[in-house]
Write a protein that binds this ligand. Structure first.
Ligand code: URA
Length: 232
């Protein structure tokens, strides 16, 4: 693939801007300046540099972000900055967007992608991708509350009960829940439905991926889709 096309597909700018970066000598491959926009490279596995920053080529982007509190996942954030502001501009340019949403005050593992099929597969309720949440509760948890979360609770927008795939009190006021759907405010509403209240919420895992201890709040990294969903 031509270097100009590689830069364009990776979100480095419009075709004209990518050609400009190349002509200005700001693009390197293997440490050497590539100033010919027509130069061809095998994109798979390629790492190119633009203005000194290394970009690994990814046909489709899949990103894991440690979402801090105080950021909104919506496309048009209203009360807080958007999570997209935590990512470099090329990821925004290439159309990366959050896989589902976390509330502004929720922290933890947020996936983002520009792969429409993967986005659908990860968010569709049919696929039952498990998500692990750690909630701090206002009141001590009772065995009855945990049982109810497992047995199923009815939320106000749907008569069908929703149940946690797993629920466990990990401390007097700490709950670990595994959910396979992604309804609006689901954890907070389920916990409220059993007579308690979520004071803080953190997502620690999504599918087979666990938030790594060395990925601090606000930090992100590339991930391989196969680490998330084994091939079918
Ligand atoms: N459930 C909630 O209530 N909030 C989140 O952010 C995620 C799941």
């Amino acid at each position: 693939m031509r270097i100009a096309q590689i830069l364009f597909t990776q979100g480095l700018g419009s075709r004209r801007q990518c050609a400009g970066l190349i002509a200005a000598g700001l693009v390197r491959v293997d440490g050497r300046v590539v100033d010919d926009a027509l130069a061809e490279f095998e994109p798979q596995g390629l790492v190119f540099e633009v203005e000194g920053r290394a970009w690994p080529y990814h046909e489709r982007a899949l990103i894991m972000l440690h979402k801090p509190a105080g950021f909104e996942c919506s496309q048009k954030p209203r009360h807080h900055p958007g999570v997209m502001s935590l990512l470099p501009a090329p990821l925004r340019t290439r159309g990366v967007q959050p896989v589902g949403r976390l509330d502004a005050d929720t922290t933890g593992l947020l996936l983002l992608t520009d792969d429409g099929r993967l986005l659908h597969r990860l968010t569709s309720p049919r696929h039952h991708v498990p998500k692990v949440y750690e909630a701090s509760t206002r009141h001590p948890l009772t065995p009855g509350q945990v049982q109810q979360l497992l047995a199923g609770v009815v939320l106000d927008d749907d008569p069908a009960p929703v149940r946690a795939a797993e629920a466990e009190a990990t401390a007097e006021r700490a709950l670990r829940l595994v959910l396979t759907e992604g309804k609006y405010h689901q954890v907070k509403r389920m916990v409220a439905a059993v007579g308690n209240r979520v004071e803080a919420l953190h997502r620690s895992a999504f599918g087979a991926l666990t938030l790594p201890a060395d990925l601090g709040p606000g930090q992100w990294r590339w991930i391989d889709p196969e680490a998330l969903l084994p091939p079918r």
